[in-house]
Design a protein around this ligand. Structure first.
Ligand SMILES: C[S@@+](CC[C@H](N)C(=O)[O-])C[C@H]1O[C@@H](n2cnc3c(N)ncnc32)[C@H](O)[C@@H]1O
Length: 204
């Protein structure tokens, strides 16, 4: 890793640690992720999910992708993000909790587990552990959406390179990791403004 990359990564970590800045930068790059949210919403409906566990919910943005009447729990390791999510989205049915999903052993089951923009932050071994954590909690499906490095547009490709996630994998490499734990029943490429994601519905 060269000096520029080290400084750039440190600077972006510093900025993105702030929930408001994280949301604004992501909105600039990926808009309001309307298509990814629709992918999540449609599949929660399709598989008749009444409860959702959002693993690594960040600032809670994807709680809005879930139907209002179902039980939603967003968890994240970052107290700052969880405080922001609670202030903005908490309702009687939408709850948020600080949790390291890899360490917590008090596990409840949910119809659907969300893994949104998670995988590209982790090594293969860590992704295995995250998929295992999702599997332990999912009754019906796991919904995955994660950025790809090779969108059909040079500018979008450059943005994918600048993402602070160090493991932006090709679709086929994501599938290889997912297949160790789940059966993928649907997959698609999702365009969200300048970001391009791979979306998968995984059956437990
Ligand atoms: C890029 S953000 C995605 C946030 C959210 N899913 C979204 O799309 O808006 C990745 C999140 O994973 C969280 N995270 C990382 N490791 C975690 C762990 N072991 N348990 C729970 N959350 C974790 C980070 O704090 C961060 O908020």
């Amino acid at each position: 890793m060269n000096l520029f990359t080290v400084i750039f990564n440190k600077f972006s970590d510093f900025l993105l640690d702030n929930p408001t800045l994280f949301n604004n930068i992501r909105f600039f790059l990926a808009g309001d992720q309307k298509n990814t949210k629709k992918f999540v919403y449609d599949n929660i409906k399709k598989y008749k999910c009444n409860s959702v566990y959002d693993l690594g919910c960040g600032t809670g943005d994807f709680s809005e992708a879930c139907p209002k009447n179902i039980k939603y729990l967003g968890t994240d390791i970052s107290p700052k993000y969880i405080m922001y999510a609670k202030n903005k989205y908490k309702t009687k049915t939408r709850k948020f909790r600080i949790e390291d999903s890899l360490k917590n052993t008090k596990i409840s089951k949910y119809d659907a587990v969300l893994l949104i923009s998670m995988l590209h932050h982790f090594s293969d071994q860590e992704v295995n552990n995250i998929l295992l954590a999702a599997k332990k909690r999912a009754k019906k499906i796991v919904i995955i959406a994660d950025i790809i490095p090779n969108p059909p547009n040079l500018f979008k490709m450059l943005l994918a390179k600048l993402d602070r996630g160090k493991y932006v994998r090709l679709e086929k490499d994501k599938i290889k990791l997912i297949n160790k734990h789940f059966t993928i029943v649907e997959k698609r490429i999702i365009n969200s403004k300048m970001a391009v994601q791979f979306g998968a519905i995984c059956k437990v």
